[in-house]
Design a protein around this ligand. Structure first.
Ligand code: ZN
Ligand code: ZN
Length: 299
């Protein structure tokens, strides 16, 4: 079980305005500092654009900042329905290797950006008055996602909440859903490894897998180079956390944890503590760092 650790706690999953969070990278690091965290990872979607600013603020405040990223991959080639199963991979970089990711991520980002006009078109076809300009204005960091579209829908009175925007229009399988052109899990893992990073499976409870399917999926990911699993996560029930810790031990994967903090865009999730159910010991970060040292030795 996850216990102790001299009161040093961390959060290895946060988003800034460089993707779909509400704080600048520097604000986010100051927020982590004020919340008493010893370390945090910045893991924006498909970009490392906020990392440098976060590292600088980390040096100023004394919070240990880990360069990270969160990459979406598709399991359609593994025989899963992409409308039902969505996988996110976290990458952690303990050197400046993350810089070499930028061209790859820019390509991913371009593909993602092509998706948004298609969603807007579908919504317009349903009689909803919404433009790309309105949506882009919600994303000063430049990475536009469905969350921004959902906000515009809410502000224009089409839905009562961001959640309803997903439930009614934008979620997988809903009328305005457009699938992304994504990497396979193997490609996603390779991209992280090639940049000298440590690949980790994000929030397994949100994968959408049936009970019992996870161990086989993890084995396959591990063969591809996966090193860890985000077993501690805001949306887990205590029961799910127990199961994930067990499966991590069985498959020999390291345990990580993160809140998936998005600032005011997910106000119920607090940095470090999630829904009040998280306490992520610093020791997990040290174990993750060891994975990278091992990798270097084998090179
Ligand atoms: Zn995610
Ligand atoms: Zn996330």
């Amino acid at each position: 079980m996850i216990t102790e650790d001299n009161g040093k706690y961390i959060d290895l999953h946060t988003h800034s305005m460089a993707s779909d969070g509400s704080m600048t990278p520097a604000e986010l690091v100051r927020h982590a500092f004020q919340s008493g965290l010893a370390a945090m990872a910045l893991t924006d979607h498909d970009t490392v654009a906020g990392v440098e600013e976060a590292l600088e603020e980390g040096a100023r405040t004394g919070v240990e900042v880990i360069a990270g990223v969160e990459i979406s991959v598709s399991l359609s080639e593994w025989g899963f329905n992409p409308d039902e199963i969505e996988m996110h991979l976290l990458g952690y970089f303990f050197t400046d290797g993350y810089r070499s990711l930028q061209p790859v991520l820019e390509d991913l980002r371009r593909r993602r950006e092509q998706r948004n006009p298609k969603i807007i078109e579908k919504l317009n076809g349903m009689g909803i008055d919404i433009t790309m300009e309105e949506v882009a204005a919600k994303a000063p960091g430049g990475v536009v996602g469905r969350g921004h579209i959902a906000r515009v829908l809410m502000e224009k009175g089409y839905t009562a909440s961001v959640e309803e925007g997903f439930a009614k229009y934008l979620g997988t399988g809903k009328p305005a859903y457009v699938s992304k052109d994504k990497l396979t899990p193997e490609q996603g893992i390779a991209v992280i490894l090639e940049a000298g990073g440590v690949p980790v499976l994000a929030h397994p409870v949100l994968l959408g897998l049936e009970r019992g399917q996870l161990p086989a999926v993890l084995e396959r990911l591990k063969k591809a180079g996966l090193k860890g699993i985000e077993a501690l996560y805001s949306e887990n029930t205590p029961e799910q956390t127990r199961e994930l810790l067990e499966v991590a031990e069985k498959t020999g994967l390291k345990v990580t944890g993160g809140s998936d903090f998005h600032g005011i865009f997910k106000p119920e999730i607090k940095i470090g503590t999630g829904r009040g159910n998280l306490k992520i010991p610093y020791r997990l970060l040290e174990e993750l760092k060891d994975m990278q040292v091992m990798k270097k030795k084998y090179r």
